[in-house]
Ligand binder design. Structure first.
Ligand code: COA
Length: 175
């Protein structure tokens, strides 16, 4: 199993996570966002030429007032640069086999690399309600939602994992 950036020739049509929004995003928008608009990069987990999972990321910033007090401590008052995990999904056939965790760890390593090269205060994710417990297992905390932030229904739960936590979990070297 290999995790690598999406390629234009990849066959995305066989991927089904069970979540129609995520599947539609992957089929219709992941490619154009990456190759035409340059507003995000999708990484895919591939085995025998078949895509079994994907994670889409883009740079973002987080208003510090949205963080819980403990996470806010010591941070500057201006918006914090972060990496947004915009989408994460695993094909039904491969769910609950550790692939989602592997993709998430890969994204945390990307964020650590960003920290070294440009600065990055952590990772944010707009979690779908059924996945909140999944992210909480890795230390993500809920952050305050911004009014009118998302048109998705049901409303996602914004969550944050600080770079301090990411680096201390990886022994301080960022993977
Ligand atoms: C949520 C999702 C990405 C998790 O990926 P996965 O490969 O199935 O999860 P993993 O096998 O890596 O699970 C790691 C651990 O989290 C647990 N877990 C997985 N999904 C969970 C969930 N929805 N809630 C709580 N815990 C969950 C697993 O039981 C596992 O625990 P264990 O190590 O004690 O066995 C995947 O199931 C998925 O794509 N679901 C549908 C789409 C979705 O909801 N995406 C999230 C959008 S924000």
């Amino acid at each position: 199993m290999e995790i690598r950036a999406l390629r234009e020739g990849d066959d995305r049509s066989t991927f089904h996570s069970g979540d129609p929004d995520l599947d539609r995003f992957f089929l219709r928008f992941a490619g154009q966002n990456q190759f035409r608009h340059h507003v995000g990069v999708t990484y895919v987990a591939v085995e025998d030429d078949r895509i079994l999972g994907f994670a889409t990321v883009c740079p973002a910033h987080l208003e510090i007032d949205r963080l819980p007090a403990r996470a806010r401590r010591g941070l500057p008052r201006y918006p914090v640069p972060v990496l947004r995990l915009a989408r994460l999904a695993v094909d039904r056939s491969a769910q609950r086999m550790g692939l989602g965790s592997q993709l998430l760890r890969f994204v945390l390593q990307l964020a650590a690399r960003l920290t070294r090269d440009y600065g990055c205060g952590g990772v944010v994710v707009d979690s779908k309600p059924p996945a909140v417990a999944f992210y909480a297992r890795y230390g993500f905390v809920t952050v305050e939602a911004l009014e009118g932030q998302s048109e998705a229904r049901p409303q996602p739960t914004p969550m944050f994992l600080s770079m301090r936590a990411i680096l201390s979990a990886s022994g301080g070297h960022g993977g």
